[in-house]
Design a protein around this ligand. Structure first.
Ligand SMILES: [Mg+2]
Length: 315
């Protein structure tokens, strides 16, 4: 099975020895190296009936790519651990690996090795390396006065998840868009690299656990506070049509894999958009007071409690 799964994996020239030995052997680099790891577990993070095996393989890599994007890095090599449960055939894993290989090829990642283990639940764990040319984008460098920006729109993936769970009803194009945002997230690698070239280097984090929780991580690491204007949260057309003006999921829903970053006011919104070649939205500002406040349309500022994805929560 290992030989079969490894048959069509992308491996670049820097992989001196790929799958098949005790370790992969990689050519050295003079650049600083990034390494990250993430798991997707059946029943915790996904259900098989939600999508195809190829989507699952692609997503397992994409969520790791998002962490490299959040550092402003270039992804390079990964290794994959597959925990296999009874009841899944070789075709399932062929498709899963095809999805993984496709995403790896697009991102320029070599799948240098892996491991297969027997388990009671299906789980895919990927360790991904990357390297830094500029930056890196860190969580601990936000300064009072910085403006807070996000890429893309917020809450779509969380709404898509609720549609898959049949907690929210949606049809047609809106349903397709929102579900796709959950099943097939797009890691913001290009924008991360462009952000890393800005001076001073922005603080950044990817939004995997929900805007409020991830912003909280960044504020805590930087020793600062923040104000977010609820009116400024970027909501997609599909989100509004299915969920109205309720910004609940935009605040607390995870899985968007957009980037949140803090840039100095020395650079204007228009300059920033030009430099990044993408529409980014200013949603708030960094403050000296060590608390996170949500400012409503009427100007009322209040803390937000209990928001975000808690890995250890029992549902
Ligand atoms: Mg992250």
């Amino acid at each position: 099975m290992i030989a079969r799964l490894c048959a069509n994996l992308p491996n670049g020239r820097r992989v001196l020895l790929g799958p098949g030995d005790d370790c992969a052997l990689l050519a050295a680099s003079t650049k600083a190296q990034l390494i990250t790891i993430d798991s997707m577990v059946e029943g915790v993070h996904f259900k098989l009936e939600w999508g195809t095996p190829a989507m699952l393989g692609a997503r397992a890599l994409s969520i790791n790519l998002s962490d490299i994007a959040a550092m402003g890095g270039n992804p390079t090599f990964c290794v994959v651990n597959l925990a296999i449960r009874p009841g899944l055939g070789t075709r399932f894993f062929d498709e899963l690996y095809a999805g993984l290989a496709k995403t790896a090829t697009v991102a320029g990642v070599s799948v240098a090795g892996g491991n297969i283990t027997r388990a009671t639940e299906l789980a895919i764990t990927i360790a991904l390396m990357g390297e830094v040319e500029n930056g890196p984008l860190r969580r601990d460098s936000a300064r009072p006065g910085d403006k807070i920006y996000v890429t893309g729109t917020l809450g779509d993936a969380a709404l898509g998840l609720r549609i898959l769970q049949k907690k929210v009803a949606a049809r047609g194009r809106q349903r397709d868009h929102l579900v796709k945002r959950f099943l097939e997230p797009t890691p913001q690698l290009a924008i991360g690299r462009k952000l890393a070239r800005l001076k001073p280097t922005p603080a950044a984090i990817d939004i995997s656990d929900g805007l409020w929780q991830d912003l909280g991580h960044l504020l805590q690491r930087s020793g600062v506070g923040g104000r977010v204007f609820s009116e400024a949260l970027p909501l997609s057309e599909a989100y509004r049509q299915v969920y109205g003006d309720n910004c609940d999921l935009a605040l607390s829903g995870g899985d968007d894999y957009e980037l949140l970053f803090c840039a100095s006011t020395a650079i204007s919104d228009a300059q920033l958009r030009r430099r990044l070649g993408m529409d980014v939205r200013c949603i708030g500002e960094i403050t000296r007071e060590k608390e996170a406040l949500l400012v409503s349309a009427t100007g009322q500022a209040q803390p937000v409690h209990g928001h975000g994805w808690d890995q250890l929560r029992v549902t």
